[in-house]
Design a protein around this ligand. Structure first.
Ligand SMILES: [Zn+2]
Length: 409
């Protein structure tokens, strides 16, 4: 799952090897020379040549996935794919004849059910060869490295290179929700969260472990899909790949606390279907205390995460709440509910209005508010509220209620 870049030291050195690679892939264009049943068989698509022991149908499916992904990433990184990416993808590498995989390290990686991309780079161009296990997503991951190396001559620092390669294997056009392998979700949810600093500034190297890839993927997913950070993320990535003097610190250093908070928030709630775009924290909202006896109203959407009330609160204070309107937890459900929620549904998905207190980049436990009545404040800070709903299906929710808060006298 790594990218190994070998830099040419002179144009002659690089040109020689690039030429050799071109000759290899040219010979791969003549599958008729390979006897039926021999390993590997060769398959081609517009941007890939695939040497593999997959069946013809499986190879076609993989090439379609690779082309689809390449289409998305080449638009994202604003460079049409240059050249052909050569891939060795094996289900059972033990059956491949000696010498059929030109790189011993590539063969070892495949045998460990992993992958590696070997790129020969001169300046800002390269020629890449992918060695990948046929297991889910490995070839797509490596193909992201190959595209970056062939088009930019670099794949960037480890956190970006590996985070984006993991993104690549999951990217679907227009989709903003998390859809990753269950083992990624399980690992992140069950581990002590890694700090932002540990991910971005560590000496971790590429190809270290899939666990580290999970953290880098999560950071890239957050930065790419949360509106607080997305606008800076693509230019940062383009700067990295175009080898401009840019860095994570330069782009986001002034927002380190905010990113750390939202990153942790995301990790703790990670599930398939999670939408960072719907959970972006409102950092601009001003919060002020309410004088006793005064009231404020605010809209709260069912289809978003925590939303600011603008009310600065103190522990022990009491507020009356009176909500009007209804919302739904599923576009198809016919039954709208009030902010009281619905008894008998899953407790974490019952549609009740709930609150939490934000203070010093920490969020309190959630507490119930409901549609009417009074509630007391558990700690000092800023009051945020949301419709209690499963984090993996926020995108289904519809409707907005109006919350009226009255500070007790
Ligand atoms: Zn990788």
């Amino acid at each position: 799952m790594s990218s190994c870049i070998r830099r040419g030291t002179s144009p002659f050195f690089a040109a020689c090897l690039v030429l050799a690679t071109v000759v290899n892939s040219a010979s791969a264009q003549a599958p008729t020379a390979v006897p039926a049943g021999a390993i590997p068989q060769d398959f081609r698509s517009q941007h890939f040549v695939l040497h593999t022991d997959l069946t013809a149908a499986e190879a076609k499916e993989l090439l379609e996935k690779l082309e689809y992904m390449l289409g998305i990433i080449s638009v994202y990184w604003q460079k049409p794919p240059k050249g052909i990416i050569e891939c060795y993808v094996a289900k059972d590498v033990a059956k491949w004849p000696a010498g059929s995989i030109p790189d011993d390290y590539g063969r070892q990686k495949i045998a460990r059910r992993e992958g590696v991309t070997v790129s020969l780079v001169l300046g800002n161009e390269g020629k890449s060869t992918v060695y990948a296990s046929a297991e889910g997503g490995v070839a797509q991951h490596e193909a992201v490295h190959a595209y970056c190396a062939q088009n930019f001559g670099t794949t960037g620092p480890t956190w970006y290179s590996e985070g984006m390669a993991e993104m690549g294997q999951y990217w679907r056009k227009g989709a903003l929700d998390v859809q990753v392998h269950e083992y990624v979700v399980k690992h992140i949810r069950e581990s002590e969260p890694k700090s932002l600093n540990a991910i971005v500034n560590s000496n971790e190297t590429t190809g270290d472990s899939w666990e580290n890839y999970a953290w880098r993927w999560a950071l890239c997913h957050l930065l790419a899909s949360n509106s607080n950070y997305a606008a800076s993320f693509r230019p940062l990535g383009l700067g990295i790949l175009n080898q401009k003097p840019v860095s994570f610190e330069q782009a986001y250093g002034h927002m380190a606390n905010e990113i750390s908070f939202e990153y942790l928030f995301f990790l703790q709630r990670l599930c398939n279907g999670f939408r960072n775009d719907l959970c972006a924290w409102d950092w601009k909202r001003k919060f002020t205390a309410m004088a006793p006896g005064t009231a404020r109203t605010m809209p709260v959407q069912a289809g978003r995460g925590f939303q600011p009330t603008g009310v600065l609160v103190k522990v022990g204070q009491s507020y009356d709440v009176n909500c009007t309107g209804t919302w739904k937890l599923d576009k198809k459900s016919t039954k709208p509910m009030t902010a009281a929620g619905e008894e008998g549904t899953k407790p974490e998905d019952d549609g009740k209005l709930i609150g939490a207190i934000f203070s010093d980049f920490q969020l309190s436990e959630e507490f119930e508010i409901g549609a009417t009545g009074s509630f007391s404040i558990p700690s000092d800070g800023q009051l945020f509220v949301r419709c209690r709903s499963d984090w993996g299906s926020l995108g289904d929710n519809t409707g907005t209620i109006t919350v009226k808060l009255t500070a007790a006298k």
